[in-house]
Every structure is written in structure tokens, then in C-alpha cells.
Design a protein around this ligand. Structure first.
Ligand code: GDP
Length: 424
């Protein structure tokens, strides 16, 4: 397949980073098309274990060109910190294997601060922001009050533009939140320091992608978070502030005319969710602690304990549809090995009726999970590499999920390592 997107089907943290790392060997260019440093992928390979936030996961593969597209929220400081960590592990990052679109807007320090100020104002009604400035950043982008990465090459223009933006931004900072205004010289100094670090990587990626496409290169589009966090189709307002769905990939990547040949949707064998918002299948107490421990479910970017529960068929089927998934990677099946029987949230009960449809966000608060149980397999499957070697009960679980969500499961992951995968 020449062009493929790898996307999350649920709330995020499905194991996308691990899947991108696996399949990048078949692609020439890996492109991040949305989001910022607010979520993370964990990738384990010969260089070590990495929590990637902004860098595309193809950065570890020799010969792969990695791109940060115009749809990304680019925090130069966070990116530089991440690049430094990856380079310290022996990975080469040069303008040949990392390219940042000159059209990518920059997330500035005041975006992060505004996130905290707004969450403090919301108090117990907070959205559960990761406080990386993502919502204030995207609001500014849509108001056209942002600095594009390419403006770093035009210092006089940059200074005047930033002065105009700050005059406007400080109205909100001072009058709405009663905080200290931002000074132009501080922001310019920050841009000089961290913008300066990433400047060598900034270029016209639109023409690069056009030429690469003409040369028959294969593109892999990498998303952050999942369908249920999508700004348009997710659990509003507990979503992220950009479009995580595959349909946005060509736009946010910088090649809007391209068609996706394949969409690999990543689904975890059970459910996890970070932050606030309705999470219908949520477990509490001992049952939840056991699953959280077994799966190591703590946020990559924030370290927050994740909320956990059984797989949610209603939400997953909806995610598959919104993503237009053509193939599914089911991850962390090995984590369920300790269970005597495997719980599945098969449908919801909503206002006294059964439903298979994912409800409107307001109704989601009233939805109750209807749980069914499948047989457990109670044996370690982490070493299994062939479908026929999986215990029958594990096969049955995969087949049940495949039928229920209406999409072929082509990959079953049984461990975090690159080779811990069963292809079907
Ligand atoms: P992402 O943001 O979607 O990439 O997901 P995260 O990186 O937040 O979470 C996935 C976590 O599960 C990482 O720690 C992975 O190394 C790990 N992981 C991925 N697939 C598997 C698997 O099949 N089995 C096990 N045990 N761990 C996995």
C-alpha cells in the first residue's frame, strides 16, 4: 500500500507508537499531522525505550524522512528537549531525516500558561488539560494570531508580528485572568534560543512531499490520541483541540490532494482513558488496580494513572467508522492473560433501552455498560508469534472483537517489543 495512516480508535494510548515503529520499515516518509507535546507514544527498540511526544516514530529508522506537518502544535522547547534525548541515545537527527514545515505554527510559552489559568478558572468543571498549551494554541491558530515556523527566517517581520500578537494576547492575560502581561523581549529571547535550535530543520515540506509523491515514495501518516478525542467527532468537550481522524491526515501533513490507501486503526485489548470525561466501561477499586498494574497504565507525558476498563465494543465500532479503518491492530492482548474470564462491554443501556450506537456526548453521561464474558486462556502468550499458536480462547476473543467492530484484525500485538506481533 502506498499511503497509510496509523490512528487510534479509542481515547488514545492504544499503542500507536509501537505500531508505527513496526511498519515504518515499509515507508519512505513518516508524517505527524496533528497535536503537540500533550500526548506520548512509547517506542522500544535497539536504541532503548523512548516516550515520543512530537517526533515522528520513524526517527529511529535509517533512510526514513520524518516530517512535522502544518497541523502540528510546535513547541520548539519541547521538541528540542525530545530531540536531545533521542540523539543522546545514539540516533542521528539531521535536516535530511527530520523536516519541519515552514507553515507549522509555533506554540509559545504563554499558551502553556493560559492552559493552567483556564483550568484554574474552571475549578471542578475542568476538562483535564495536560497543560501543554494545546487548546489556547489551536484557538489562536483559528484566529490567525500565531507565528509560523518559517517566520523565524524573517527577524524584522517576526518582531513586529509578535508585538501585534502580544498586544492582543495580553488583553486576555491581564483582563480575563488577572495575570502578568508578557514582554516582547522575553518572547523574542525564547524564540531565539529554542527557535534557533530547530531552524536548520525548517523548510518547505509541501514541495518536498509533492516531489516525493511524484517519485513514488510511500507515506505513513501518524496521529496522536484517538477517534474519541477528535475535535469534531469525539466526546466533546473532553477532546483534544485538533482533528485526530485519518481524514485530516493529508491536510495536516501538507499534501491535501493525496488519497489514503490504508488506515490502520489501533485498538487496545481493553480500555484506558486519561483525564476527565465520560468513560462508560470504567472499572474502580481492586479490579481496576489489577488491570492498571498488569498493563502499566500510567501516562507517558503526564505520569497520571490511566482510568481502565474492559474493551468497549460500542465506542470501538464508532471509532472504526469515524477513522474509516481498513485494518485493525489489536494491542496488549498479553495483558489479559491473568483473567479467568474476559469481560467485554457489548452494548450500552441508555434511558432504559439497549443500544449499539455511540451516543451524543450529553447522553453519554447516562449510558451504562452491558457486560458479557468470554473464556480466559490463563497462560502466558507474550512469546507467541503465529496465530495458530495462540490458545483457542485468545483466538476466540480476537474473532469476537473483529466481528463486533466490523473490521479485519490484521495485527495482534502480544508485547511492547518490535517483534512481539502476530500477523493475520
Ligand atoms: P500510543 O500513544 O498509542 O503509542 O500508546 P502508549 O505508548 O501510550 O501506550 C502503549 C504502551 O503499551 C507502551 O508502553 C507500549 O510499549 C506498550 N505496548 C504496546 N503494545 C503492547 C503489547 O502488545 N503488549 C504489551 N505488554 N505492551 C504493549
Amino acid at each position: 500500500m502506498s499511503n497509510c495512516a496509523i490512528v487510534g480508535i479509542n481515547w488514545g494510548d492504544e499503542g500507536k507508537g509501537r505500531m508505527v515503529d513496526l511498519v515504518t520499515q515499509d515507508y519512505d516518509v513518516v508524517i505527524r499531522y496533528q497535536g503537540g507535546s500533550n500526548a506520548g507514544h512509547t517506542v522500544i527498540n535497539e536504541y532503548g525505550k523512548f516516550g515520543l511526544h512530537l517526533l515522528p516514530s520513524g526517527i529511529f529508522r535509517k533512510g526514513v524522512v520524518n516530517i512535522l506537518g502544518n497541523g502540528v502544535a510546535l513547541d520548539c522547547e519541547a521538541l528540542w528537549e525530545e530531540m536531545s534525548g533521542v540523539m543522546a541515545a545514539g540516533v542521528s537527527i539531521t535536516p535530511d531525516n527530520l523536516k519541519i514545515s515552514e507553515r507549522t505554527p509555533l506554540l509559545l510559552p504563554y499558551h502553556r500558561d493560559l492552559d493552567s489559568l483556564e483550568e484554574a478558572r474552571l475549578k471542578d468543571k475542568k476538562y483535564g488539560s495536560t497543560k501543554r498549551g494545546i487548546a489556547p494554541f489551536y484557538s489562536d491558530k483559528y484566529q490567525k494570531k500565531v507565528i509560523l515556523a518559517g517566520e523565524l527566517f524573517h527577524p524584522e517581520h517576526l518582531k513586529a508580528h509578535l508585538a501585534d500578537i502580544l498586544e492582543w494576547k495580553n488583553l486576555t492575560v491581564e483582563k480575563v485572568y488577572g495575570a502578568q502581561p508578557y514582554k516582547l523581549e522575553d518572547m523574542l529571547a525564547w524564540l531565539d534560543e529554542f527557535g534557533g535550535k530547530i531552524k536548520p530543520f525548517i523548510c518547505n515540506t509541501v514541495t518536498f512531499l509533492r516531489d516525493a509523491q511524484a517519485a513514488g515514495k510511500k507515506f505513513l501518516f501518524e496521529a496522536q490520541l484517538g477517534a474519541l478525542r477528535d475535535l469534531d467527532f469525539g466526546i466533546i468537550p473532553y477532546t483534544t483541540s485538533s482533528n485526530a481522524i485519518a481524514a485530516y491526515a493529508p491536510v495536516g501533513a501538507g499534501c491535501p490532494g493525496i488519497k489514503l490507501d490504508e488506515v490502520i486503526g489501533v485498538v487496545k485489548a481493553y480500555s484506558t482513558c486519561v483525564g476527565e470525561g465520560p468513560f462508560t466501561c470504567e472499572w474502580f477499586g481492586e479490579e481496576a488496580d489489577k488491570l492498571r498494574e498488569a498493563g502499566g497504565e500510567y501516562g507517558v507525558s503526564t505520569g497520571r494513572p490511566r482510568r481502565v476498563g474492559p474493551i468497549d465494543i460500542v465506542a470501538t465500532r464508532y471509532g472504526v467508522q469515524m477513522q474509516g479503518a481498513t485494518n485493525i491492530a489489536l494491542t496488549k492482548l498479553d495483558i489479559l492473560s491473568y483473567m479467568d474470564k474476559i469481560p467485554v462491554c457489548a452494548r450500552y443501556e441508555l434511558h432504559g433501552e439497549m443500544t449499539d450506537e455511540f451516543p451524543f456526548p450529553v447522553d453519554l453521561n447516562d449510558a451504562k455498560p452491558v457486560i458479557e464474558y468470554l473464556d480466559g486462556w490463563k497462560e502466558d502468550i507474550a512469546g507467541v508469534r503465529r496465530w495458530e499458536d495462540l490458545p483457542k480462547a485468545a483466538q476466540d476473543y480476537v474473532l469476537y472483537v473483529e466481528k463486533a467492530i466490523g473490521c479485519h484484525i490484521g495485527y495482534v500485538s502480544v508485547g511492547p517489543e518490535r517483534d512481539a506481533i502476530i500477523l493475520r
